[in-house]
Design a binder for this molecule. Structure first.
Ligand code: MG
Length: 229
């Protein structure tokens, strides 16, 4: 392998994220259960989020606006304004969550930092991701932080160009096959999938990947033997 840069996804790869969203989503659905069953509210919220992705991008602020929009639609604008107030409050709760590092993260970064340029490549709100990185205490391990509006092939191509390397010198590690692995393999890079127990429905794919530049590991630490070999 000729890897020069190893990039890490952040949410649910370096630290806990999706369970916090799920917790808020449940509270939001409970808030609207006078209008619709909770699972139907959840479906409506998901639909709103997906419709809004091209406008708002990924992250908490877009999620908050989608909660407000869903509440208005589900209640046919008959809701108590306190519901809106609560949705905003839930979003702010998300922005203030503590950072809980996933198992093995610090050891892996420590072991790799002398051998590779390490990068964070994440979607989400700029300010929120900067806050999480600062709170995580991991900032000093990274040569570069890339907060991306999306993780499509073109976004990775731009990143690789900016890093001044060839695609086959780039390895991306993350919990989403759809965002962290498939586009990177497609442009000639290396992709490592570290599954997390909860994945947002939008990131689901249902096919099996076979590719010479692809690896799947159970925990982050499992990458060490083959990247340090
Ligand atoms: Mg992730």
């Amino acid at each position: 392998m000729t890897i020069k840069v190893i990039a890490f996804d952040a949410d649910d790869t370096l630290w806990v994220n999706e369970p916090y969203f799920r917790e808020i989503e449940i509270k939001f659905c409970q808030l609207l259960e006078d209008y619709l069953p909770q699972h139907t509210v959840a479906q409506e919220l998901f639909k709103t989020e997906i419709d809004n992705l091209p406008l708002y991008g990924y992250g908490v602020k877009g999620f908050m606006l989608s909660m407000v929009e869903t509440a208005l639609r589900v209640s046919e604008k008959t809701l108590n304004v306190e519901v809106i107030e609560k949705a905003i409050h839930y979003g702010k709760e998300l922005l203030e969550k503590p950072i809980e590092l996933l198992e093995g993260v610090e050891e892996v970064l420590q072991a790799l930092q002398k051998h590779y340029r390490l990068v964070v490549a994440t979607k989400g709100d700029l300010l929120d991701q900067q806050r999480k990185l600062r709170k995580s205490g991991l900032g000093h391990y990274f040569h570069h932080i890339e907060i991306m509006s999306d993780k499509k092939e073109i976004d990775y191509e731009k990143l690789i160009k900016r890093l001044d390397i060839q695609p086959d010198e780039f390895m991306m590690i993350g919990n989403s096959l759809k965002s962290d692995v498939l586009p990177v393999l497609a442009i000639g890079g290396h992709g490592v999938h570290v599954p997390y127990h909860i994945t947002w429905a939008h990131e689901h794919i249902d096919h099996h990947i076979e590719h010479q530049n692809f690896r799947q590991v159970k925990t982050l630490s499992e990458i060490l033997p083959f990247v340090l070999a």
